[in-house]
Design a protein around this ligand. Structure first.
Ligand code: G6P
Length: 367
């Protein structure tokens, strides 16, 4: 009903706007003295000890949140992380031991492939933890430990707030793991957690650009293909941005690691093809910019998301979306909101109901 949508035309856009609150609710109870704190979740520090490697198992958007977790944990802690698609993991040979940590990510806690993958993983290790939004769900009950995200009910099929709280949870878990294994100093952890607590306010600032994003999607409604490019964390985010656009606008979209474009996909770039380029990671910024020049030279219509105040050079992009400058690990929370709004307004611009895309279910409980 209209009342449940609190004045918003769709659940999806309402849920996009709920992200600051959802993140606050998820992280606040897990922070004490600017450090991660899981006592109320009954996750002991011993869970994080003696971990040789990590496998993150999930489907869809939850899997893309896992991809962020992988890049973050590997870069920050140097622990090997593998992300497994649940429907693949459950039918292949698991390469895990009793020292492997398995993190299962699921909004509903009921996705059948993810649940079966968890059951299989438990034959190898008892270091299983789930990051789940729905209380008392099967995955939450069957994993050894659970960290509940507090996004509140997510109604729209396209996941938005569940993703950002999953990423925030991966960051809290990674930070704890770093502290327990002495890979992260208390000082660095505190700085990191303080940055994390600023995320809700940052997202509010980004949400003020809604009209500008809605405007730019007018160029996308007639597209048949779209590309999302980035490097590092921005590449993992590109995958989520591309999935979001596909599922609710029915435009074919692909995510590419920006440096990989020249190995094939650039052949698909022609006049007017929309490319959404994300360049927020300082150490590869100039690399992404030169990749953007390559697609721009072939006629792409480029929307650039970056920390730059302004981009005046028209040879780089057609539209620039500025996000407030924050440490590289945190730009993802800002950029994803832009990508969610791009998907939403492209969908509504094409006359699709973003809350109920064809062929998709909110929770896939049968194989
Ligand atoms: C379905 C939904 C996706 C979701 C995926 C995994 O495909 O449409 O939005 O990401 O399932 O769901 P889960 O509840 O396990 O996170």
């Amino acid at each position: 009903t209209a009342a449940e949508k609190e004045g918003y035309p769709h659940y999806m856009i309402k849920e996009i706007h709920e992200q600051p609150r959802a993140i606050n609710r998820t992280i606040s109870p897990r922070i004490k003295d600017s450090l991660p704190f899981f006592e109320d979740d009954n996750i002991p520090d011993s869970f994080f000890e003696d971990c040789s490697d990590i496998t993150i198992i999930a489907c869809g958007t939850a899997m893309y949140a896992g991809m962020v977790g992988k890049t973050f944990i590997q870069n920050k802690l140097g622990i090997p992380v593998n992300v497994a698609i649940a429907s693949e993991f459950r039918y292949e040979r698991p390469v895990i031991t009793d020292k492997s940590m398995v993190i299962v990510v699921s909004q509903s806690g009921e996705t059948i492939d993810t649940l079966e993958a968890l059951r299989l993983a438990k034959k190898y290790t008892q270091k299983t933890l789930s990051v789940v939004n729905v209380k008392g769900s099967s995955i939450a009950r069957e994993s050894n430990y659970v960290l509940y995200t507090h996004a509140g009910p997510e109604i729209a099929v396209a996941s938005t707030k569940a993703y950002t709280v999953q990423v925030a949870s991966m960051y809290l878990l990674g930070c704890k793991l770093g502290l327990v294994t002495n890979r992260l100093s208390v000082e660095d952890a505190k700085e990191f957690i303080n940055n994390l607590t600023k995320v809700p306010e940052m997202i509010k600032t980004v949400l003020t650009q809604e009209d500008k994003v809605a405007e730019l999607t007018k160029r996308m409604t007639n597209a048949t293909n779209a590309f999302f490019i980035g490097r590092g964390l921005d590449y993992t985010l590109s995958m989520e941005g591309s999935l979001k656009l596909k599922e609710i606008s029915y435009i074919h979209a692909e995510a590419y690691a920006a440096g990989e474009l020249k190995h094939g996909t650039i052949a698909l770039i022609s006049d007017g093809v929309p490319v959404i380029a994300i360049a927020t990671q300082d150490h590869v910024y100039s690399k992404v910019i030169s990749n953007i020049r390559e697609v721009k030279a072939r006629g792409a219509y480029v929307t650039l998301i970056s920390k730059d105040e302004v981009i005046t050079d028209k040879t780089i992009c057609d539209v620039h979306i500025h996000i407030p400058p924050v440490a590289d690990e945190f730009t993802i929370f800002e950029s994803v909101v832009i990508l969610q709004m791009i998907a939403y307004y492209t969908s509504t611009g094409r006359g699709v109901n973003p809350d109920q895309p064809r062929n998709l279910a909110k929770s896939v409980t049968v194989e």
